[in-house]
Write a protein that binds this ligand. Structure first.
Ligand SMILES: [Zn+2]
Length: 149
């Protein structure tokens, strides 16, 4: 982009005043940009904290009662705060497995509870069954060998 055109004032005093104001405005632009970046970083840290609390709340509900699974965090909320694994269990054969949420092909705005009907047990699939998954909890790392399809 071409620099902004500004007619030069005729009087020397006006030219000096303009140069001063331009200098101030340019310095202010930098200060505001830095402040914006700092505030955004604080905001992102708060969002991450909120996501973590949401995941922990869901985990407590899953552990205590196992239901309702809805509402639940979204995939990106879980991944954002480090809960990148979802522990599940096949509702039919009870085989446990871990799902890598970060590697899922579902849109990141998908709710974790919506995965219950979409995750398939490989063992049962071989037997021609398609039972839904029981969701156990969100985790920081996998606990079981991978068997989900
Ligand atoms: Zn199964």
């Amino acid at each position: 982009m071409a620099p902004k055109y500004r007619p030069t004032p005729l009087s020397g005093g006006d030219r000096k005043a303009l140069a001063k104001e331009l200098g101030k405005a340019r310095a202010m632009a930098n200060i505001l940009a830095i402040r914006s970046a700092e505030t955004r970083a604080k905001g992102e840290a708060l969002i991450q904290q909120a996501d973590k609390l949401l995941c922990e709340s869901w985990n407590e509900r899953m552990w205590s009662d196992g239901e309702p699974i809805d509402p639940s965090p979204t995939i990106d909320q879980a991944v954002n705060c480090g809960f990148t694994w979802l522990e599940i269990q096949c509702a039919r054969c009870r085989t446990p497995s871990d799902v890598d949420l970060a590697a899922m092909k579902h849109p990141p705005t998908t709710f974790v509870h919506d995965l219950a009907s979409r995750l398939r047990c490989r063992k049962c699939a071989k037997a021609g069954r398609r039972p839904s998954a029981t969701l156990l909890q969100l985790a920081w790392q996998p606990r079981h060998p991978r068997t989900e399809a």
